[in-house]
Write a protein that binds this ligand. Structure first.
Ligand code: CA
Length: 336
C-alpha cells in the first residue's frame, strides 16, 4: 500500500509537469522506477484467483496417512495455500492402510458428499503415494464425477519397497545386504510416520496393492493414464462413456534434502531397494509417471512432496507448495 501511495503522489506530481510539457524524460524515468517497484511486490498481490479452479480440489493421502497428525496436516501448508488464491479444497480421509479398491470405494463415497455440499458437478483429485491409485480407481469407476487425477509421487507401477514387505526381491541387481539395509530403513520410516506404532494387518493388503505384481493387476482393470511404455507418459486425457478425465503427475528423485529432517536418512536407506533407479525413497520416478508428466525428478524425497516433515524440504528446489499451486493454476487454465 505504501508503494502504491507513493506512486500515486508522484503520478499527480509528474502529471502536472507533463501537462506543462516539462521534464518529459524524467517522467518516463519515474514510470520505469514505479514499474520496477511493482515488480518487487509479493506475487500474492497479483495472485487472487490464481488457484481458482472450476471444480473443487480434493486431496487424497497415501499409505498410513500420518496417523499421528491426521490427513489435513499430511499436505502440510498446501490446503491453506490453495484456498488463499481461490480454490475450494477438501481433504478426504480413507483407510490409512488397506487395498486400493477398499480405499477407492471410500473415496467415491466422500466425493459424492463433497459434491452434495459444494454443489459442484465434478472434482479434481490430487493423490499422493497410494493416494494416486486410490484416485485413479475413483476416476475409473465414476468418470462422471472426476474432472482430473493428479499423481504426486504416486505408486502407479508398484514400489520395490512394497515388494520388500512381501518378501519379494525386486527386479534388478540388489545385493542382500542392501535389501536388509533398506528393510531397516523402512521400519524407521514407518515408525516415524506412525509415531512409533507398527504395521497393522491391513497394511499387508496395502503392500499387496502397492507391490509391482499388485499394481500390474490393478492397472489391467484400471489402465487410464498409465504409460504403456516402461517410463514414458500416459494419455493426457481419457474419455470413458461420455466423460473425459485428465491425468497429470510429478515426483521427486532425491532422498537427502534437508539436514534438519530426521526422516531423510531412513528414506536414503529405503532408496537402496531400487538398485540405482531414480527414486524418491519409496517410489521410483518411472512408477510415478501418469498422464502428462510435469516432472519426475524434483530434488525432493517422498515426504518433501507433501511438504513434510513440517516444511523441512530442500531450500534449493522449488517449494512443494508452489508446485501444488502451479498445478491448481494449470487445472484452472484447462477449464477444470
Ligand atoms: Ca523433508
Amino acid at each position: 500500500m505504501v508503494t502504491t501511495d507513493i506512486c500515486a503522489f508522484y503520478f499527480n506530481f509528474w502529471l502536472d509537469r507533463l501537462l506543462e510539457k516539462y521534464m518529459k524524460k524524467s517522467f518516463f524515468n519515474w514510470l520505469a522506477a514505479c514499474l520496477l517497484a511493482f515488480s518487487f511486490l509479493p506475487v500474492s498481490a497479483f495472485a487472487s484467483g490464481y488457484t481458482q479452479t472450476r471444480y473443487p480440489i480434493v486431496l487424497v493421502h497415501g499409505l498410513l496417512g500420518f496417523d499421528n497428525i491426521g490427513p489435513v496436516d499430511y499436505f502440510y501448508g498446501v490446503t491453506s495455500a490453495l484456498r488463499r488464491d481461490g480454490a475450494k479444497v477438501y481433504v478426504v480421509q480413507v483407510s490409512a492402510a488397506n487395498s486400493t479398491e477398499v480405499r477407492g470405494e471410500q473415496l467415491v463415497n466422500q466425493i459424492k458428499q463433497i459434491l452434495a455440499v459444494s454443489g459442484a458437478a465434478k472434482v479434481n483429485l490430487i493423490g499422493h503415494s497410494h493416494g494416486s491409485p486410490t484416485s485413479r480407481y475413483a476416476a475409473s469407476i465414476r468418470p462422471d464425477l472426476v474432472a482430473s487425477v493428479t499423481s504426486v509421487g504416486g505408486v502407479n507401477k508398484g514400489s520395490a519397497v512394497a515388494d520388500l514387505i512381501l518378501g519379494v526381491a525386486p527386479a534388478g541387481s540388489v545385493t542382500r545386504s542392501a535389501l536388509e539395509t533398506a528393510v531397516n530403513g523402512l521400519a524407521k520410516v514407518i515408525s516415524f510416520l506412525t509415531g512409533g506404532s507398527s504395521l497393522q494387518q491391513a497394511s499387508i493388503e496395502a503392500a499387496k496393492s502397492l507391490s509391482t505384481a499388485g499394481t500390474l493387476k490393478f492397472n489391467a482393470t484400471h489402465p487410464q493414464g498409465v504409460p504403456t511404455t516402461a517410463c514414458g507418459e500416459g494419455a493426457y486425457s481419457v474419455t470413458k462413456g461420455a466423460h473425459k478425465v485428465n491425468y497429470y503427475s510429478w515426483s521427486g528423485a532425491k532422498t537427502m534434502t534437508n539436514l534438519l529432517d530426521i526422516s531423510d536418512p531412513a528414506l536414503a536407506l529405503t532408496s537402496l531397494a531400487f538398485g540405482g533407479a531414480k527414486n524418491d525413497g519409496l517410489v521410483s520416478s518411472c512408477s510415478s509417471r501418469l498422464g502428462r508428466v510435469i516432472r519426475d525428478d524434483y530434488a525432493m524425497n517422498h515426504l518433501d512432496e507433501v511438504n513434510q516433515a513440517i516444511g523441512l524440504v530442500n531450500i534449493f528446489e522449488t517449494n512443494p507448495v508452489t508446485v501444488f499451486r502451479q498445478q491448481a493454476n494449470r487445472l484452472k487454465l484447462a477449464g477444470l
